[in-house]
Design a protein around this ligand. Structure first.
Ligand SMILES: [Zn+2]
Length: 512
């Protein structure tokens, strides 16, 4: 026993550094080929243009996303990828298209207004001229005052969104100090939300629910709404209740236009609006899909192992989902195109996945992982064959490094692999987790899943989920850089002697 332990320790001592060195070696010749293809023959902006201007918004279940499935899969086939398919991941539910959206203030004078239907709400069934009522509500009992007064009217809910002028730039890159903070970050836990904040959030959500059912029973014609942030014509869209068949027509508006109606009503001016919206529910095909494609591995012993890269193809619908997430989809498609076109060696199979249903809760990636790598909620044999998954979903900004997602063992690899990109400003390796997107589907079942540190640009202020998430917001130089870096990371991972180190096992029995 002792001797075995001793030998194991010695092996560990000698093998561990050798293991790291062997796997971490930068393959400069392949990196050079990748840079050459990615910087001199880039197609990333053409891919992004197709996804945004040409195909348009890609809400899950919509006609736009179906068109995107078709175009991305056809393009992957054209590039010579193998096993390309549009693969159902399970039931998503009904789709929804906007077919008409018009709104204006008609009293006290005429003014066009910026607003569109909230997702999965019905249209108005023709042009309506409506008196506007602003609901003042601290508590649900305040609704009693409005009994019998709301039938056939447009109602507005209280909001605290001010949309004031800001004196900071909308867009920014990370400073060296901010990147250093990330490098020196220690793993922490906790959501950062205080109990009081959670209680306040719940109270508001509950009040809103009560208000909506009151509006329904009162026969309200249209609900008007606005959401966080934005300003200067930018507004954020939000999820409607997809399965509520009795939802009222609802329009989400730019905060300045919303607030203007509120101020007029509060000062006692009679306010009237015109609304004409038409939406269509798609009930023929309730399934959700992912688009998958592969470059088969060249090494007979390793080609059954897989390195994955992906991004969500679905978007919100007020803009064209340019930075969220045509940017990620285009960078990932371009990365696999570069790998194919440059002819670099890839020992393991490289597989791209473009997800759907991300915006409604990571449905595409979570179900893919469940269907492909799990059986009865436990890892299947395929689970052991996945080396790593790389995701991009932080907008258009340049990659500045990578979130290790708590996987300390991956640090020496990325420290080496990022060396050819230091001159491009990408060298921050942080132990931090980042959340909110599809790498979590992999990370959650013990498969190494990574997201990159990206410059925020104007993601939080102007683009993410907004009506202004359009082609102009894409940064060409950043997207080219990102595709090259991602292609390089995938190439290095595909050619390692071993698979990517995993975090301590989250399952007791990984062999089942
Ligand atoms: Zn996204």
């Amino acid at each position: 026993m002792k001797r075995i332990l001793c030998t194991a320790l010695m092996l560990g001592l000698f093998l561990a550094p050798a293991f790291a060195r062997q796997n971490a070696n930068v393959d400069y010749e392949s990196v050079y080929k990748i840079k050459d293809e990615g910087f001199n023959n880039s197609e990333v902006m053409d891919i992004a243009w197709n996804l945004t201007d040409r195909i348009g918004p890609r809400l899950t279940g919509s006609t736009g996303l179906k068109n995107a499935y078709d175009w991305t899969s056809a393009t992957m086939k054209e590039w010579g990828l193998k096993n390309v398919k549009i693969e159902a991941w399970g039931d998503f539910g009904k789709g929804w298209d906007v077919e008409k959206s018009y709104m204006a203030m008609t009293k006290p004078y005429y003014q066009a207004m910026i607003g569109i239907p909230k997702a999965w709400t019905p249209g108005t069934n023709g042009l309506m001229k409506l008196e506007v009522v602003y609901i003042e509500m601290e508590d649900e009992s305040d609704l009693d005052e409005y009994k019998g007064q709301l039938g056939g009217k447009a109602v507005m809910l209280p909001t605290t969104i001010e949309a004031k002028t800001t004196f900071e730039a909308d867009a920014r890159r990370f400073t060296d100090d901010q990147l250093d903070d990330m490098k020196n970050y220690n793993v922490r836990s906790g959501s950062g939300w205080s109990a009081a904040r959670i209680a306040e959030y719940r109270k508001r959500a509950n009040m809103r629910r009560k208000a909506y059912s009151f509006f329904k029973s009162e026969g309200v014609a249209v609900v008007l709404n606005t959401h966080r942030g934005g300003g200067q014509g930018t507004f954020f869209t939000s999820n409607g209740s997809r399965n509520d068949d009795s939802a009222l027509p609802e329009v989400e508006m730019a905060p300045e236009h919303y607030n203007r109606l509120v101020r007029l009503v509060e000062k006692g001016e009679p306010v009237e609006i015109e609304v004409d919206t038409k939406t269509r529910f798609l009930t023929e095909d309730l399934k959700g899909y992912n688009v998958i494609g592969e470059i088969p591995g060249s090494d007979p012993a390793l080609k059954n192992e897989v390195v994955m890269l992906g991004a969500h193809l679905d978007s919100w619908f007020a803009g064209t989902g340019a930075t969220d997430n045509a940017a990620g989809s285009a960078a990932m498609m371009e990365a696999i195109r570069i790998l194919k076109e440059s002819g670099v060696q890839l020992k393991r199979t490289v597989r791209i996945a473009l997800w759907s249903g991300e915006e409604q809760g990571l449905h595409g990636s979570r179900n893919y992982v469940k269907n492909t790598f799990m059986k009865n909620d436990l890892p299947n044999n395929e689970h052991g064959n996945v080396s790593a998954y790389y995701n991009m979903d932080n907008g258009t900004g340049a990659i500045r490094g990578i979130y290790l997602q708590g996987n300390e063992a991956a640090r020496p690899l990325f420290e080496e692999w990022f060396k050819p990109f230091h001159e491009l400003g990408a060298q921050t390796i942080t132990i931090r987790n980042t959340g909110g997107t599809d790498h979590l589907a992999f990370d959650g079942v013990g498969i190494p899943g990574f997201q990159f540190v990206q410059d925020p640009i104007d993601y939080g202020t102007r683009t993410h989920h907004t009506n202004m998430d359009l082609y102009e917001r894409l940064q060409e130089a950043d997207l080219k850089k990102n595709a090259v870096i991602i292609a390089s990371m995938v190439m290095q991972t595909a050619n390692m002697d071993q698979k990517m180190a995993r975090k301590p096992k989250v399952f007791e029995n990984l062999n089942r």
